[in-house]
Design a binder for this molecule. Structure first.
Ligand code: A3P
Length: 288
């Protein structure tokens, strides 16, 4: 289990030496990820693994649940077999157990496995490339992603508190947050899709037309969905339903996620950049 954070810890990388984050080749990671870097990099992917990859707070859990529903014929009972973090475990970070133990558990899972990660393209364990694993990448617009990440920092004991909004925004823009720069992440994976089987999706597209995007995912996985199954998946994975589903809303891990500070499923919205701009500096940077 990871350390508990000092509540007012700063995100300043110079202060992370003894903190919850560790710098690996210029990118900040949870400390345990850095400590077990070699073990993680030596992770043995299998050719039939499916990897869901995102920048944190881009809709990972949403995609994990959609994929599990697709793989189980839209049957919510089958998806209720375990919490989402056990059905598609996190490669490179672990919530409740140490990383070596979590890697052992993932190793022991029967094929085909669905896994999740937040690694930027350059730090993905190489066996995923070697084994040509299918990857679903979800990107979310920078502003909503940043707002969601800001709130997440303050409700979880896994990473440091955000600091003030302005401080957090500066750190986010500079890529000095856990899992690195949003800009490099979305661009790195965008380029990677030209040389690897990657389905690159956008949070906003899923929000706009979930049935259309779920069909794309099913096609990528080689699964046919009837109209009724598709409809069940759309209904089951609606924001309102995920928010109240204890198997996906992380309400079972109160020592790690304090839902009284902020729910894990907070607003699930896509807002126009104009209407929520706190800073012209930010807009200038992300529209460049
Ligand atoms: P907000 O904080 O903006 O509400 P992740 O799973 O990568 O940590 O992402 C969490 C974000 O995805 C949260 O965003 C959460 O509300 C949103 N989300 C989760 N399920 C969703 C759904 N079914 N529809 C829309 N957004 C969803």
């Amino acid at each position: 289990m990871m350390d508990c954070k000092p509540r007012m810890e700063s995100l300043d990388p110079s202060s992370t030496k003894d903190s919850l984050l560790m710098d690996v080749e210029g990118i900040l990671y949870p400390k345990e990820t850095g400590m077990y870097w070699e073990e993680i990099q030596n992770f043995k992917a299998r050719p039939d693994d499916l990897l869901i990859c995102t920048y944190p707070k881009a809709g990972t859990t949403w995609m994990q649940e959609i994929v599990d529903m697709i793989q189980h014929g839209g049957d919510p009972e089958k998806c209720a077999r375990a919490p989402i973090y056990q059905r598609s475990p996190f490669v490179g970070c672990s919530f409740l157990i140490s990383i070596p133990t979590s890697l052992e558990k993932i190793d022991a899972m029967p094929s085909p496995r669905t896994l999740k990660t937040h690694f930027p393209v350059e730090h993905l364990p190489p066996s995923f490339w070697d084994q040509k694993c299918k990857i679903i990448y979800v990107a979310r617009n920078a502003k909503d992603n940043m707002v969601s990440y800001f709130h997440f920092h303050n409700m979880t004991s896994i990473i440091p508190d955000s600091g003030s909004w302005d401080e957090f925004m500066e750190n986010f823009i500079a890529g000095k947050v856990c899992w690195g720069s949003w800009f490099d992440h979305v661009q790195g994976w965008w380029k990677a899709k030209d040389r690897h089987p990657i389905l690159y999706l956008f949070y906003e597209d899923i929000k706009e037309d979930p049935a259309r995007e779920i069909q794309k995912i099913a096609q990528f996985l080689g699964i046919d969905l009837s109209a009724s199954v598709l409809n069940r998946i759309v209904q089951h994975t609606k924001f309102e339903n995920m928010k109240t589903n204890p198997l996906v809303n992380y309400s079972d891990l109160p020592s790690l996620f304090d839902l009284t500070v902020s729910p894990f499923m907070r607003k699930g919205r896509f807002r126009s950049l104009k209407s929520i701009s706190p800073s012209s500096h930010f807009i200038l940077i992300i529209t460049q």
